[in-house]
Design a protein around this ligand. Structure first.
Ligand SMILES: Nc1ncnc2c1ncn2[C@@H]1O[C@H](COP(=O)(O)OP(=O)(O)OP(=O)(O)O)[C@@H](O)[C@H]1O
Length: 707
């Protein structure tokens, strides 16, 4: 057998095949005695390993405490070298202790649910199949691999192939053979809940069961039911940068996080969680996704928002308005200015100007110091040699060159100018030496000074923040982050081309960029997916069209709002969305309360009441919170909890609820094309149940039902 092949346990190819059967309880015991027996055996070995891990943790604890006590008792008697050695030893014990605790946690999770799949695979040239169990983590005992990590090369066959010819990429090259069996399991609390034997790729039955669960305050892992098209994204190692356009609920965020877990596993020697950052829309979303990586046995990754980045880069440079919800700004001129700055054309205009400014705005003259002289032409040649750098960095380099020239000519050892002095002189030859002056000049030269409005002593409007940073990068340079080796950008449709261009300068690393251009929350962003193709010409673009979150009925309904042609619903059924007509606002409030009471009585865990704006959410919260235990999600919130949540469409992005209730679904609230996007986002937050209430005329953004 080829060395790179994984050895599973041998099995007999002639054993029974059961097709498409979900079995549970007594059926499992009777039809799959081999699986019950295997589970019991593995559990015994896992429990032994867990006991040993427990013992190791205790041992490290004891050793650490002993060293600490020893140091405390004898600190004044022992020499500094011994103290230092002891402290070093304690650090080593602490590190080993952390490792032992992590192992113990993994084993405890495995005892609970050791694996979720089994594949039998016959290598080409072999007679018998090898059996591989696939779980959340790998587990070996006495040099025998009993469970394979879902990210291991061999496990990819579970996601990628049906029975028949199959293969996988091993470190030594591609391995081919025959996949003779695929079984899926649900094991909870160490007990087999069901077994499924299937000839079809990740049978819908298991997926259906997973999706029909009620929601939770934290996003879950999906390793047992990752779909083939999702797996292709998760395991894609060839693409440097990937851009994923996926319909609402297609699993983009889940995939991005599983992809991180996969990359951390695959490149464990070179990549750690510290090297990965997610750019996320808000803190609630960060809290919502925070369990996924730890559940997959990985450390949490860093997170930041575009506002956080601006805070870091523009600290002590300039003040600006905070990021705000554009739909709450009733200033058409402000919106027009924002719109203007949201296009790729605007980036090109800035590029053209900056190229011009870098060339034309540095007007050197001869630099002389005593008998030493650097001529204007020589200075210009040196300046042109550093074109790839920000203007002031170029001048810095030129000042170094000038000093170097002077040193070479200084055979008599005369006093020379300080480099800083030369640099300052060169900066004085620039037409503009600060970013704001340059940024203002840009609008003047482009003949559109009205497009820049500065509030109170040079405070920028939020839509100017990233363009300003782009200028700052060109003039002074930004603080680049080389530690980050992979960047995830979620909700890609909400960011402008100039924001991407700045991010590319700050994080010159591979990226996974995901979102849905059908879910825009910013009416002033008028760019499209194609712009990302221009910004990332080498990226791999993928599309996901199947929605896993919502029932068939909810997706069919949302297609009446946003006609996404390719959007496919999963065959999971539930109630048809309900539209409730109300006579007036008081009646609407009564109907909302009835829905709340009904929610308390049924089995669901989360109810999201989604309003168009934060202000409207606040008003309804003020009324309802007097009677019910409800949480309000605002831009300042940082936690997502079970129960009833009131929020705006903007804040609900990326989240999901068992039930969604959308008040005010009338023509007054939802009438523009942009409102269509908001209504679509709100509706697609629902997993199992959707209700809309309205007074006056129902929004005409919901196409008539032709059924
Ligand atoms: N293969 C899968 N198996 C089980 N559940 C899945 C799968 N793919 C997605 N889901 C579930 O579908 C729901 C939506 O996933 P996720 O939030 O990642 O989608 P999204 O595309 O980011 O959604 P949106 O853009 O609407 O916020 C989640 O509950 C997730 O667990």
């Amino acid at each position: 057998m080829n060395k790179s092949r994984q050895k599973g346990r041998k099995t007999d190819n002639t054993s029974d095949r059961h097709d498409h059967t979900v079995e549970n309880d007594d059926d499992v015991l009777s039809k799959f005695p081999d699986e019950i027996e295997n589970l019991e055996k593995i559990k015994i070995r896992l429990k032994n390993a867990l006991e040993q891990a427990e013992e190791r943790v205790n041992q490290y604890d004891r050793e650490y405490m002993e060293s600490k006590l020893y140091l405390a008792d004898y600190r004044h008697e022992i020499d500094p070298r011994e103290i230092c050695q002891n402290e070093l030893l304690m650090k080593q014990i602490e590190n080993s202790g952390i490792f032992a605790v992590q192992l113990r946690e993994k084993l405890a999770k495995l005892v609970n649910s050791p694996y979720f799949a089994r594949i039998d695979f016959t290598y080409d040239g072999d007679d018998n199949a090898n059996v591989f169990y696939i779980g959340r983590f790998s587990f070996s005992d006495k040099s025998e691999i009993l469970i394979y990590d879902w990210r291991a090369p061999i496990s990819s066959m579970f996601y990628d192939y049906e029975l028949g010819r199959a293969g996988y990429e091993a470190p030594m090259g591609r391995i081919e053979g025959e996949l003779t069996r695929k079984r899926q399991f649900k094991i909870s609390n160490g007990l087999m809940e069901y077994v499924l034997e299937s000839a079809i790729n990740i049978r819908d039955d298991v997926l259906q069961r997973e999706l029909s669960h009620t929601s939770d305050k934290k996003m879950k892992t999906i390793i047992a039911t990752i779909q083939r098209e999702q797996n292709q994204i998760i395991r894609n190692e060839k693409a440097g940068t990937m851009v994923i356009q996926g319909v609402a609920g297609s699993g983009k965020t889940s995939i991005a996080l599983h992809r991180v877990a996969y990359l951390l596993y695959r490149y464990k020697d070179d990549l750690s969680a510290n090297n990965v950052v997610i750019l996320s829309p808000n803190k609630v979303f960060v809290d919502y996704i925070s369990n996924v990586l730890p559940e997959l046995g990985e450390e949490p990754i860093g997170e930041m928002s575009f506002a956080d980045i601006a805070d870091i880069q523009l600290d002590k440079v300039i003040n600006y308005e905070p990021d705000c919800d554009p739909i709450e700004i009733n200033d058409s001129a402000w919106n027009e200015r924002a719109k203007f700055k949201s296009t790729l054309d605007f980036v090109m205009m800035m590029d053209n100007y900056l190229e011009y400014a870098a060339k034309e705005y540095f007007v050197p003259s001869d630099y002389e110091f005593g008998r030493f002289k650097a001529t204007r032409d020589w200075i210009l040649t040196r300046y042109n040699a550093y074109q790839r750098h920000p203007i002031k960095k170029r001048l810095h380099r030129v000042s170094e060159d000038i000093l170097e020239q002077f040193k070479i000519a200084n055979i008599r050892g005369e006093e020379l100018p300080k480099q800083k002095v030369i640099y300052r002189k060169l900066v004085s030859m620039l037409k503009f030496s600060n970013t704001l002056a340059l940024y203002k000049d840009f609008f003047k030269v482009m003949n559109m000074p009205e497009k820049l409005v500065l509030h109170k002593k040079g405070v920028l409007e939020w839509p100017d923040v990233y363009p300003f940073m782009y200028f700052h990068a060109a003039l002074e340079g930004l603080k680049e982050n080389r530690l980050i080796r992979h960047l995830i950008i979620d909700e890609m449709q909400d960011y402008t081309p100039v924001q991407y261009t700045v991010i590319n300068k700050l994080f010159p690393c591979n990226k996974t960029i995901l979102g849905d251009f059908g879910q825009s929350i910013n009416p002033n962003n008028i760019h499209a997916l194609n712009d990302l193709r221009t910004i990332y010409p080498d990226a791999e673009f993928m599309e996901l069209n199947k929605s896993y979150r919502s029932t068939f009925e909810i997706i069919t309904f949302t297609k009446r709002i946003q006609n996404v042609l390719d959007l496919k619903a999963i065959e999971r059924h539930g109630d048809v969305p309900k539209i409730i007509t109300c006579c007036d606002l008081e009646d609407e409030l009564t109907k909302i309360k009835e829905e709340i009471i009904r929610f308390f009585k049924n089995k669901f865990v989360t109810l999201g009441i989604i309003l168009k704006t934060n202000q409207e959410a606040q008003s309804l919260f003020d009324v309802l919170s007097k009677e019910y235990d409800i949480q309000l999600l605002t831009l300042d919130s940082d936690k997502f909890t079970n129960g009833i949540t009131i929020t705006s469409v903007r804040m609900s992005k990326g989240l999901e609820f068992d039930e969604v209730l959308i008040p005010g679904a009338n023509t007054k609230n939802y009438y523009t094309d942009f409102d269509r996007s908001l209504l679509y986002i709100a509706c697609t937050r629902a997993m199992h149940r959707l209700t809309l209430t309205y007074t006056g005329d129902l929004t005409n953004l919901i196409e008539k039902n032709n059924d």
